[in-house]
Each structure stands twice: as structure tokens, then as C-alpha cells.
Design a protein around this ligand. Sequence first.
Ligand code: ZN
Length: 135
Amino acid sequence: MKFFIETKGLSDFVNITEKVKEQIENSNIENGAVLIFVLGTTAAITIMEDESGVFADLKDILEKIAPEKGDYKHHLTGIDNNGAAHIKSALLKPDILIPLEKGKLCLGTWQQIILIDFDEKPRTREVLIKVLKTE
Ligand code: ZN
């Protein structure tokens, strides 16, 4: 299963929880785990509260680690200038694994599945979903 999502780049936080739920409802798998994976080396998927202050805080922390206007060896390739995006993506990772019980994602009250696009420009992101069945 997969879906596509439009992002704005430059640390764009997108809540994909409902899109993931729509996909797994069609899987007919009751128990197991759901792997959610974004293709690309300048985006990430994490779990966090969907609240603008939390998004701004994470963006600020990551900006201290890998500033957008920093000097990156990656830029020497001349292909693009998204060195900061590659570092942020590698730190947060492109995937998340969530338990599935009785056909529903096991998420806490405030846990939302958030895709973050760090790239320097808007992108169309492909998100893969694999439902792994257990007994
Ligand atoms: Zn690049």
C-alpha cells in the first residue's frame, strides 16, 4: 500500500495519521505491526503531538544541530543545497513501526504520525505502508 502527499519543504510538518488509518482499514489484518516508510533522504517520519508549539520546538532544536544556511560538503556536488535536510532526515529516520491490535493502530491519546519534509523546495512524497501480521 502507498499514498502520495504534497509538502512545502523547509521543515514542513504533515499529520499523516488519518491517511495511514484509511490504508490499514483495507488490509483485513487484525494483529501485528504497521511499518510506515517515506521514500527519500530529506524527509522523516516520527510520532509526536500535533501541536504547532511542539513542531516549532523540534524545528528549532534541529536547526541548532544542522542550520539551514550551514556550510555542507554535500553542496560541493553542485546538485543541490539541501545538506541540512539530509542530516535532519538521517537523525529522525524515514520510518516508524506501530503495533496493530484488533485492526487498529495502538497510539496514545496525543500520538500522531507526522511526516516532516526538510528539503529546500516543495516535494511530492511517496509513503509506503506494510502491515506485518502476527498470530
Ligand atoms: Zn542533496
